[in-house]
Design a protein around this ligand. Sequence first.
Ligand code: C2O
Length: 578
Amino acid sequence: MGENFRSITFIGVLILALCVFPGFVLSENGVTTRHYKFNIQMKNVARLCHTKSMVTVNGKFPGPPIMAREGDRLLIEVVNHVPHNISIHWHGIRQLRSGWADGPAYITQCPIQTGQSYVYNFTVVGQRGTLWWHAHISWLRSTLYGPLIILPKQGTPYPFAKPYKEVPIIFGEWFNSDPEAIISQALQTGGGPNVSDAYTINGLPGPLYNCSAKDTFKLKVKPGRTYLLRLINAALNDELFFSIANHTLTVVEADAIYVKPFETETLVITPGQTSNVLLKTKSHFPNASFFMTARPYVTGQGTFDNSTVAGILKYEIPSNIPHMKKLPLFKPSLPALNDTNFVTNFTNKLRSLATPQFPANVPKNVDKRFFFTIGLGTSPCDKKNQTCQGPNGTKFSASVNNVSFIQPNTALLQAHYFGQSNGLYSPDFPINPLHWFNYTGNPPNNTMVSNGTKLMVLPFNTSVELIMQDTSILGAESHPLHLHGFNFFVVGQGFGNFDPNKDPNNFNLVDPIERNTVGVPSGGWVAIRFLADNPGVWFMHCHLEVHTSWGLKMAWLVLDGKLPNQKLLPPPADLPKC
Ligand code: C2O
């Protein structure tokens, strides 16, 4: 292999770099900067025989993938050409000191108004795997979402055999009507919002719905190969079970963290979560095709979309096999819609890889302990003598420690940075519920929530332990809680009320799963730990969008450290104004 080979490889690498990475690339001082342009524009899209005008990135649904390598800097220019305010969140990106680029509207930035643009500028530090991006304002993420894929540094292999191909599988929810109208109506009436009409895989509902057979995701595979499926749950309001008929999947990563590999027929994935799985195809052409299906895991009491999305795993037909008319099509069997046992068993299998190269740096000492109740509640109607469509004529609400978050009308991070927080937020988020009650027993008579824009303030480098306790108010329910700006370690979980004397004895401080979104078990609790080493304002909320809309959200304010590299960077000049 001489000079020739090397130059061919070089050209090969160049071509590969150009087609694998759609963004425009510039390298300087060893740091690669990748440029993307997101034109937010309306586009007519038809599914289930309904055509609607939807908000898209560059006219694509789902949106285009962002590709990077660990260590790369990303510059993503978002230009808003639609009548809605827009902001985009890079879900799971640590955003070390770059909170201005995190994206949640009115938390780290004012939204980008019609005709305006904003360049999201951040560097991917110490992360590799599958994440995703989505709109972070109202319910616009129902159509504005796409993969965010971080490859390991050049020359660094995966801690598993190199897959033959990598395929994003992104789950979504399709609404025949406009989701913005659905949520604004629900917030007015106080009742539960209408549910989706279909689930989708890569934007396609598949053949189990009316008028949808042509909109089916097909994964064409060769026998005897390993495929890496990058699973992303971008659904608005539903946790999902997923399975491929007659195939076993090996889970190797969750939320862009390598895990101890384990095999499973079925996964459960909450909105906000991502997971990489290996699919090993059959060694020989199997004379059949296979459905891959997803349908919800549901614990709440409200109505939900109980339909099933299907895609098809198709093997290439070998040339020596005569053309066959119709292959048998196998279907997977998914757990029952409320199979909490399955979910518990599955989540208990998730462990960090915890090797010297990919350690699990679980905080061993805790500086601050917090106990948050997570759940639903009620609010009075806006007008006296009005009857609302929520429980007993009230409005549905949701809260953390009985505080239902009020969205401010300017961004919290800006207010904090410029010292203009007065009256906008208060730094007194409660460290535990003001009143003790039997959280998972009979709910209290008074289910009214309080309201406020309260922040939990943490000095730089505080080591935090947080217990999140589900409540049975208006029914126990699983809540996928997402923390911005950090990964956390899930050191324990259980059912019933957390017992501070007994339960910590069983915490896993050796190889707990590290992630950015965790399901608080229905009628149970979860314990997480994280090190507050990233200054900024960091949103935490239920990733069921309906619960976020009802106020199941709060924010942490992590103060600057003493050293220059422990401080929030100054805001970019083009930061949108409210
Ligand atoms: Cu994926 Cu605050 O969200």
